[in-house]
Design a protein around this ligand. Structure first.
Ligand code: NAD
Length: 447
């Protein structure tokens, strides 16, 4: 079945229709209209899949996608135009031009944690660049996957954009096809499987993976503001965010003061929601059991669980060391371990011993220590005196490195990701420089 979708998409791509700039802009506008039409169904699906409340759905799934569409529509002509670049003196008489060429038929595999946003944001890049696309939304948020399918079926022919619902088997079947590009968001474990399959056909990939993103809080930080922003970024979406601060690494002299603020804001922001069943659920029982098992040791706030609703109250754990169970894997849930360090140099060495995280946050008012952390710790991207917010701007490329992924997207970077840059040298025929040919006198003399 997917073979036939793939073949029809190939044919459609080769017809050149998806490459027309007006077609792309119309498709983006159509996408926005389609989403608008299904906004209520999407909100209901989010509630049904994991109790995601409507304001959160609007802010982190729908609004952010509208902003990406608007940005792409506004800049597409400029991005897609050919680009003239310099030509060296050795190539005198010629011109150098970069043509922007779509890859062709692309595959977009999405995770469940922001099931709509992380399926549609890459699609905006694929459409902008002139590709066709097969979407594979996550099977763990089935109601959202169904609404995505309905939107795509309503607004696009399947030879252009197609949503393939299903689980691992669907993915495996798709990964056997010779797509021209694969954009994968999910765990590092599955990222390796995707890359291996892609290697069989030498398919270029973007891998948007995860990792343990630290929030470093130095003695020079505004502790109250740091705590407020960390709490928001950590416990939104019940901690199921790829760039959530995974753990806090605080200078030891300010740790207790920081903890007081962390507890204060966690209570302020989430206590009532948890009590009244408005706090987001963990996506499934496996993850619920896994995260529950990480709440161990000196739990200084929260940590109550409700298996019926699969909810875990935001939990803060003090006095955590690197051998704690919560430090062995990406937490991906509402559990915040707090570790402390004696010197920033030592903290940097500890972080360099870990796998490169997708994000890192440093809270400090001291420029020199901020720059030291940014320079000396490898990570995907991040923020100074904030957390998570860096992903909501189309002007910053978003992506990981090492274990947290490869490639980048958002804004123009999404367009670039789905575009092959075809370099062309346009040579003059008005004259012909003799030096490069074997009969050039200069070579004859050297022999
Ligand atoms: P996952 O890797 O389990 O699933 C992602 C997709 O892969 C799903 O569509 C699933 O059907 C498919 N899949 C699962 N197992 C497979 C297999 N054996 N073979 C082929 N395909 C398979 O990831 P997830 O649990 O949905 O997402 C959580 C992870 O994603 C976390 O590690 C998180 O940090 C990461 N993440 C990264 C970003 C980012 O932008 N970098 C964003 C969100 C999530």
């Amino acid at each position: 079945m997917y073979e036939s979708i793939y073949a029809r998409q190939k044919q459609f791509y080769q017809s050149g229709k998806s490459r027309d700039i007006k077609f792309r802009i119309d498709a983006l506008k159509q996408l926005k209209r389609g989403i608008k039409y299904y906004e209520n169904e999407l909100a209901e699906a989010m509630l049904a899949d994991f109790n995601k409340q409507q304001p959160d759905t609007y802010m982190t799934e729908i609004g952010i996608v509208y902003a990406e569409i608007n940005h792409a529509v506004k800049h597409l002509e400029e991005w897609a135009g050919t680009k003239k670049v310099k030509t060296p003196i050795t190539h005198i008489g010629s011109k150098s031009v970069i043509y922007k060429e779509p890859y062709g038929v692309t595959l977009i595999i999405a995770p469940w944690n922001y099931p709509f946003n992380l399926t549609i944001s890459p699609l905006i890049g694929a459409i902008s660049a002139g590709n066709t696309a097969v979407l594979k939304p996550s099977e763990h948020t089935p109601m959202v996957a169904e609404v995505i399918t309905r939107i795509m079926e309503r607004i696009f022919p399947s030879e252009y954009i197609y949503a393939a619902e299903g689980g691992i088997e669907t993915n495996q079947a798709l990964l056997r096809l010779p797509f021209d590009y694969i954009f994968y968001t999910g765990s590092s474990h599955v990222g390796k499987i995707v890359m291996k399959k892609a290697a069989e056909n030498l398919i270029p990939v973007t891998l948007e993976l995860g990792g343990k993103s630290p929030a470093i809080v130095t003695e020079n930080a505004d502790l109250k503001l740091a705590a407020k922003r960390i709490v928001w970024a950590k416990f939104s979406n019940a901690g199921q965010t790829c760039v959530a601060p995974d753990f806090v690494y605080a200078e030891e002299s300010i740790k207790n003061a920081l903890l007081t603020h962390l507890k204060h804001y966690t209570r302020k922001f989430y206590h009532e929601d948890f009590r009244h069943g408005r706090y987001m659920s963990i996506v499934n029982d496996n993850h619920f059991d896994r995260i529950r098992g990480l709440i161990e040791g000196d739990v200084v706030y929260g940590g109550r669980t409700d298996a019926g609703n699969r909810t875990i109250e935001p939990a803060i754990i003090d006095n955590v060391e690197f051998d704690h169970p919560a430090m062995k894997e990406e937490i991906f849930g509402p559990v915040l371990p707090v570790l402390s360090y004696g010197s920033l140099d030592k903290a940097i060495l500890d972080l360099r011993d870990m796998q490169d995280p997708l994000a890192l946050y440093v809270f400090s008012e001291n420029e020199s220590e901020i720059e030291t952390v940014i320079r000396d710790v490898p990570f995907g991207g991040g923020a100074v005196n904030d957390a998570m917010f860096h992903l909501a701007t189309p002007y910053l490329p978003f992506g990981g490195r090492g274990n947290s992924g490869m490639g980048k997207y958002h804004g123009k970077y999404s367009f670039d990701t789905f575009t092959h840059e075809k370099s062309i040298l346009k040579q003059t025929t008005l004259f012909d420089m003799p030096f490069r040919y074997p009969d050039a006198k200069i070579f004859r003399k050297l022999i």
